[in-house]
Design a protein. Structure first.
Length: 286
């Protein structure tokens, strides 16, 4: 019955694993719903910001705002890479890191000096392993990113861009499209590219002036871009983890069915053998 005992141990192990993956699946489902709500809540504000800036933008005003400066050559670039602090989410983190590697390769081929800013333990661990220098890192941003945390990530980079120390800032993250679709995405947030106006321009009453309004709105627009990347990245991670844990739970269920059938066949074979031995022994005594 050694094989039967071994199968019982494997069945118990798979059952325990299934309990863990099922629990993680339920937790990820709950967190994904809340993260998705934050994504949907962030988009209307971003749409309004985009509409106002596109309506106010003019070539004359653009010359007065450093955040709109379009450099003639890109010499120094900052790249913010957003990953998760945890794994067990399929290829979520590796897809983001692959996107980041492609961007770094492209910028390197253009002779740009790149400094790396990493959010998340998975990204930090990867770049340390590969020996890539990291200018700054954050592993304390949880599953509920805030606008304040977005400002902490980008405010110093905005100041450096305005002073001419940086020529561009990119953000690499996951873009949340649905629970099953979270492709990696690269966005250039600086310099601010004037959004394309959609539909007829609205007639705004500007007070005190378009220049004063843009002075406040342009930094808010950049911060909001980083905030949206943070919340969409978190929603994407929860969706990817939910999918990975559901697949693991389904695989454990299938494996348990196979192991139980194998165990029952082995047990029946053992019982049949014992009956045969008893019958054979009784026949020998007659």
């Amino acid at each position: 019955m050694a094989k039967g005992r071994e199968l019982k141990g494997r069945i118990k192990s798979v059952e325990n694993t299934k309990k863990i993956t099922r629990t993680l699946e339920m937790v990820a489902t709950s967190k994904m719903k809340r993260a998705q709500e934050r994504v949907l809540a962030a988009r209307p504000f971003a749409d309004v910001l985009t509409e106002v800036i596109s309506s106010l933008y003019s070539a004359e005003l653009a010359e007065r705002f450093p955040l709109l400066r379009q450099p003639t050559s890109v010499r120094r670039v900052a790249v913010i890479v957003l990953t998760a602090n945890r794994g067990l989410a399929g290829a979520f983190n590796s897809n983001i890191l692959k996107e980041a590697r492609g961007l770094l390769t492209r910028l390197g081929s253009e002779k740009s000096e790149v400094e790396l800013h990493v959010v998340g333990r998975k990204g930090l661990g990867y770049f340390k392993f590969t020996g890539r220098a990291v200018a700054s890192s954050r592993t304390d941003i949880g599953d509920r990113p805030s606008v304040a945390e977005a400002a902490q990530l980008v405010d110093s980079l905005m100041d450096r861009f305005a002073s001419g120390d940086l020529d561009a800032v990119y953000v690499v993250s996951a873009k949340f499209q649905s629970a099953l679709s979270t492709p990696p995405h690269t966005e250039r947030i600086l310099p601010v590219t004037p959004p394309q106006r959609k539909g007829p321009a609205r007639d705004y009453l500007l007070f005190p002036s378009a220049e004063a309004i843009l002075t406040e709105l342009l930094p808010a627009y950049v911060r909001n871009s980083v905030y949206r990347a943070l919340v969409e990245n978190e929603a994407g991670f929860q969706g990817a983890q939910r999918t990975a844990m559901k697949n693991a739970t389904d695989n454990a269920t299938d494996m348990l069915g196979t192991l139980r059938r194998t165990y029952n066949r082995a047990r029946q074979a053992n019982i049949t053998q014992e009956i045969s031995e008893i019958v054979g022994g009784a026949a020998a005594l007659e």
